[in-house]
Design a protein around this ligand. Sequence first.
Ligand SMILES: Cc1ncc(C[n+]2csc(CCOP(=O)(O)OP(=O)(O)O)c2C)c(N)n1
Ligand SMILES: [Mg+2]
Length: 562
Amino acid sequence: MPRPHSSSPVPRSAPPVSGLSIGQYLIQRLQDHGLRDIFGIPGDYVLNFYGMLEKSPINVVGCTREDCAGFAADAYARINGLGAVCVTYCVGGLSVCNSIAGAYAEKSAVVVISGAPGLGERVNDPLLHHKVRDFRTQYDVFDKLCAAVTELIDPMTAFREIDRVLETAVRRKRPVYIEIPRDMVSVTPYISHTWSPPEVASDPQALKEAVDEAVKWLAKAERPVILADVEIHRFGLEDAVLKLAESAKIPIASTLLGKSVINETHPLYVGIYEGAMGREEVTKFVEESDCVLLLGAFMTDINLGIFTANLDVNRCIYVTSEQLRLRQHHYHGVVLGDFIRALADRKPKTRSRKIPAGVRVPKKKFVLDAPKPITIMRMIARLNEQIDEDTIVIADIGDSLFGASDLTIRGQTEFLSPAYYTSMGFSVPAALGANVARPDSRVVVVCGDGAFQMTGMELSTIVRRKYNPIIIILDNKGYGTERFLHPGEWEYNNIHPWRYSRLPEVLGGGRGYEVRTEGEFDAALSEAWNDSSQMSLVQVHIGKDDSSQALRRLAERLGKKI
Ligand SMILES: Cc1ncc(C[n+]2csc(CCOP(=O)(O)OP(=O)(O)O)c2C)c(N)n1
Ligand SMILES: [Mg+2]
């Protein structure tokens, strides 16, 4: 389904500002970059900025924990193009580090805004509450986690600094950090400032030569394939990739991190490529290619099936926001989107490659075996019947992700998971972020019991705001993935069993279901689906020795390394 994205037009310039305070200017520019909502928790060092936010058109979404606010902002950014989290100094900021590290690793444009002690309070280096080693500790930490950082300590440069840092987030799709000492928020710099974002344009000669070379290569290729990955989502290039694939009839595979880059019922869609970890037929189809267009791809261990992928650079056109390489020819100064669009516009001729039977996951109707104990694979198969083009699926780390990778996603960028950084606890807060970004979509979360125990109480905000996601908890009484990676009876993989389905009572909203069989799951899912008035929480009991096929393949590969 088409939707707004960060790549949606940002005004090319804005009238000069004068009379705005530093805090007001930041709020204005966030809106200019398409931000409508912000996540976080206030504290005394950021209260006056919170006051400004609350009076502004930006919707402030209070969360239960800062790391959850970070995950929510990350999911929001993946859908909207830019997200933001606003926290207090150190106790809040340092708690959001893991989420921001994930946003960096997986290229999500999250702006971290943190309050800080006022400059006037820092004279003689007093021991102010929340300070760690010195007043720069938090800034230094975020310097390591972000693509750009700034502290707004000088009224003469504050506006320029805000512009620089926000533009870095939007251009590089990485998190950035803005620290505002509390006595600077209301300072009004008496300067006239005009904002005009720098044009990011390709070097026309390099672009032309690169496209010429690609066109020539494709004309000779016998077995071309596109492998589209995460940057296609981040830069909103799904339609451009589709146009390229359709114009030249090139089949498209995706990676786990890039899943849902194309409607997965599309006739050109091949499946998920993960080297030896993925389905053998897809691996073979991609690796037999004599021209692999790797578009926006991240060569991570998970994407490459723990480095079992067999992709020879001499058979690859490798294009990302950071580099463009055709075999061993490197082109500089070419923007990812410009290359894909220019190549599609040339309507390259190439051999149209048939997708042999058996490569795509064969479509099988789900036939219910009501009394049978439910398994992960059968649960996913039933869920697959239910989801539609308006469903956003969010998978947490664990067998939730491996199982959910078999779902057929109908819309674009409607599968969210931290499939590279793999931090547990992403999914429930991410559901909040997705609901805020796209209130009209139905959000389905698939989450392990271990991951749920980390951040699941963010359901509180979901209930409070009356969203209606369906949260499916795979309850295998512990860290199932680790049981597979390191076989044996290890006590450290067991967790305390919660009565998850009772949580709606504690939270004062939502409805809980507890299921053990296929029939019970089927009934609970149907009921939850039809009940759009509230959050639904489905606790699914599964056997300790149950797993998806993908997890078994992963255990085989990774287990050897452990
Ligand atoms: C924040 C975090 N801590 C620890 C890990 C290591 N880890 C990877 S999978 C896993 C177990 C996940 O358990 P659960 O959420 O119940 O899912 P399951 O494997 O049972 O499907 C752990 C502990 C991690 N990826 N992220
Ligand atoms: Mg588990």
